[in-house]
Write a protein that binds this ligand. Sequence first.
Ligand SMILES: [Zn+2]
Ligand SMILES: [Zn+2]
Length: 329
Amino acid sequence: MQAVFYAGHSHIDVREVPTPEPKPGEVLLRIRASAVCGSELHDYRGPHASQGIAGHEGAGEIVALGASCGLAVGQRVAVQVFSGCGSCEYCVAGDPEHCAQSRFHGGTHAEYMVVPASCCLPLPDDVPFDQGVLLGGDTIGTPYHALARLHVSSADTVGVFGCGPVGLGSIAVLRFLGARILAVESLPYRRELAQRLGASVALDPADGDPVKRIRELTGGRGVSVALDCSGSPATTTLALESVGIHGRMAFIGEKPEATVRPSPQFIRKELTAIGSWYFTAADYFHILELYRRGLQVADLATHRFPLAQADEAFATFASGQSGKVLLVQ
Ligand SMILES: [Zn+2]
Ligand SMILES: [Zn+2]
């Protein structure tokens, strides 16, 4: 089968490798759509060639089963990337990423992939694979988890700081919820896309003082909810400064450190802040319900490539001149 590997220094190798075989409790998937994720860029740009197959957002159909796995050949699924022990408090809650025995199952950028049966989120027949990969992956799953935990409603004015895939996915969900959306993003392509997807404004952080602009746009109050969706420490400051009194905030974009000022940014505002990572199986079923009621995700994917053109797919995504980039088969 064909499979995609990072070759180091922003190069991709598409190589022929043996098709894996499912062991007991596992399934073999024929991948139909796989999405390039922002978190892959670190390995893509890094100096080393990867050992494992790239990609961790995928949707496809089951073509073979290991013994006793409880699923059927022909079943359509989205891939949830974490598996766990199956019986601890986190696994039972559908949150295996927190399990002490958590395992990450990458390798969606390939014709076939083997995963444990527990990683298969059933994909209904009316959801195309190229949308299922967004609904059952980081693009919608990760923002939905944060927005649900913050109880965001149509009464909220939400600042989305950073409009990479997770920021753009947040905007898609927020538009469905009817919230007012103020986006902040440094790349022009993604500001334009943020507005097309439903942001009422998309501010360039380099153009004047975005915190002041957000205050002006909210009658001096600031946003009621701030989502920090970028890997840049600067967006944490922008989000914390832009959120108003009694505001809520989610840290979603991974970053090892950022500066916070507890008194003005947290205490005096009585801020509620959460960290939010990935999503649960229960979130996925709620997301399918939203999709059936009109959640629009198709426009989040701006580019599609066959697996053989994965090099071009990654170059397009890394340029910032795209929304979500899909490998379709
Ligand atoms: Zn991802
Ligand atoms: Zn567990």
